[in-house]
Design a protein around this ligand. Sequence first.
Ligand SMILES: [Zn+2]
Length: 293
Amino acid sequence: MNPAPTLSRVVALLEARYPPSTAEDWDAVGLVTGDPAAPVRKVLFAVDPVAAVVDEAVVWGADLLVTHHPLLLRGVHSVAAGTLKGQPVHTLITSGCALFAAHTNADAAVRGVAEALADVLGLVETSPLEPTPGAGPGVGLGRVGRLGVPTTLGAFAELVAAALPETAQGIRVAGDLDAQVSTVAVLGGSGDSLLGAARASGADVYVTSDLKHHAVSDAREQAALDAVAAGRPARDGRPFLVDTAHFASEWPWLAYAAADLVHDLAADGTTVETRVSTVRTDPWTARVARAEV
Ligand SMILES: [Zn+2]
């Protein structure tokens, strides 16, 4: 059995994969709790540092919880037990579990959130939708690529549903289900800010999360105008939109992060046991359709 690495070494390797310098200015990434000198034997990976995930880490005996979303994104004045942010901090510290967040730096990374999403959807020849200025090749927000085999929008949406964790929301689609699609843009998490980049990329369909009424309405109106200007029917306006639960579109990255950490530690001759959380942290719990009469 290889020796366990220290937390500081694990953090150094995670930050080499997900450099804090590539995080957005408003973001708060890195180590939240934990003793850098402590040994790390078990690492749990999850999207959200919510109570159910913290409990999962503690019950399993994790020394480190790596999450995509930061626990402490905005300023807090208290981390008292029983408070929204303080309770998980207390539970983690008293249980000897460190917490590390890789957020927008993981979004942009090679083998990061966007790339993992593109891969599980079967995209090939991918490149960043919005390259990060000054960063290396392949680093940037979102990915755009093509499907190995073109298909219909409806069949593609079913592929998305099958590839991601099931959520109450399911998969929402804006567009003609019978239209053929071959190029796909993706962005894990909230993606309305890259609707323009998805349009500019020429993608047939854009897969992301948290799309709201006005953003979708405007994007579809614009797509219809673009189609007519190009001599095609308005209903063929692209990109079509596919909206997933936020948690679901980011979850595929966890397996990459776990495998890459084990790979990177092997060069040191150390190892950790990893686990990807299967707690569904999408906060929505049900969807009710109007009953047929
Ligand atoms: Zn997110």
